[in-house]
Design a protein around this ligand. Structure first.
Ligand code: MTE
Ligand code: MO
Length: 379
């Protein structure tokens, strides 16, 4: 790994962590369109960025499959072997908007590996690859009856508690049965997968936290139980409010898979002075995992008493794998500091908790409470 790769592929990010490299998408490119430019798609790494020679590369599929195999990139890209698929998928890190929890609960969370993300740890790209379902069927003769989880192993390593691990996570086999939900991808927005995003091959798992979309994927291991890798078993767990940093037992947390509905106001931003003529325009994103889409976005100019719904025409199209960008003009009479907040209902009628404290969990994942900003209104 070197900064050269960052500076070549991602020169203008909000550089949150040098190593492992974590970069957040700045506000303007975040809302520039439904599809995020590769140059600006957020990057979340746990370790270094491996250098992989595509021609020498092999993907190994092993464990509870009827026929373990090794496939080259040429095999995978051979359309006569596997049907190819192109899908737009929103990836959201479960650390998105963590900064709001950090501000209220300083010192919580595993600060060594969990970055203080704002609203830009989310992005959408069009991925091209093959459905994992088809590869398991046509190359591996299907799964053995005991198979319950599919583990993805990345070629990158990271260091935790005096041990070096490969990045490894898993999803239930049930997820893989949906051909357009688990993809082995080599193309991102029409370009070869950038190094920072997993060249030459990554898993793209729609609807669940970004952590399952393993980059630099080189082994798929079909298991009876979830992966024992620390990223699966010790990180990305959701705890009840009785569990804190000092009494944590991993068995008290459950694995975060589907992302809940959440949204954010991107323009204006906290502490902006907004000069207007009785109405303020706001723009932001809304997303929901698990195959849900944001159905209704509402914005309040007074901290959550009066709400205005975003017009359906003022949102990008709905799709069960992607976010929706929205815009609204909200009447404002008040002068001085006012608090805007946004809440979204998804297609399963779920909405967001009202305050950060209702979303608190000690490792500070999934900040899905109503996003609030204070701005100074000059009317
Ligand atoms: N895959 C590997 N091999 N190593 C990683 O550190 N980070 C995961 C996931 N896949 C990670 C990985 C996390 S936590 C997220 S949110 C997504 O990658 C981010 O994908 P991106 O960097 O392409 O945006
Ligand atoms: Mo993540």
């Amino acid at each position: 790994f070197s900064w050269e790769t960052v500076l070549k592929e991602k020169p203008d990010m909000i550089h949150l962590l040098d190593f492992p490299y974590n970069g957040e998408t700045p506000r303007a490119p975040l809302l520039a369109g439904k599809i995020t430019d590769n140059k600006y798609h957020f990057v979340r790494n746990h370790g270094g960025v491996p250098d992989i020679d595509e021609d020498a590369f092999e993907l190994e599929i092993t464990g509870l499959v009827n026929t373990p195999v090794k496939l080259t990139m040429k095999d995978l890209k051979d359309a006569s072997k596997f049907p190819q698929i192109t899908v737009a998928v929103t990836l959201q890190c479960s650390g998105t908007r963590r900064i709001e929890q950090i501000q209220q609960y300083p010192g919580d969370g595993d600060e060594l590996i969990n970055a203080p993300w704002g609203e830009g740890a989310i992005g959408t790209a069009v991925y091209r690859g093959v459905p994992l379902k088809k590869v398991l069927k046509h190359a591996c003769g299907g799964l053995k009856p005991e198979a319950r989880h599919v583990e993805f192993v990345g070629a990158d390593t990271y260091f935790k508690k005096n041990t070096v691990y490969n990045y490894a996570v898993s999803v239930p086999t049930r997820k893989v049965r949906q051909a357009d939900e688990v993809i082995l991808a080599w193309e991102m927005n029409g370009a070869p997968l950038p190094k920072m995003h997993g060249f030459p091959l990554r898993a793209v798992v729609a609807g669940v936290i970004g952590a399952r979309s393993t980059k630099w994927l080189y082994r798929i291991n079909v298991l009876a139980e979830p992966s024992l890798g620390p990223v699966q078993a010790q990180e990305y767990l959701y705890y009840t409010s009785q569990i804190g940093k000092h009494n944590v037992k991993y068995s008290n947390g459950f694995s975060i898979q589907n992302m809940p509905v959440s949204s954010a106001i991107i323009f204006p931003q906290e502490k902006d002075v907004v000069v207007h003529d009785g109405a303020i325009s706001l723009r932001g994103w809304a997303y929901s995992g698990g195959g849900n889409w944001p159905q209704r976005v509402e914005v309040s100019p007074d901290g959550g008493h009066v709400w205005y719904a975003v017009d359906e025409d003022d949102m990008t199209e709905k799709h069960y794998h992607t976010w929706r960008l929205w815009t609204i003009s909200v009447p404002v009479d008040a002068e001085g500091w006012i608090e805007f907040c946004v809440r979204t209902w998804d297609s399963s009628c779920n909405t967001e908790p009202t305050f950060v404290r209702s979303a608190w969990n000690w490792d500070l994942h999934v900040t899905s409470s109503c996003h609030r900003i204070k701005i100074y209104s000059i009317n």
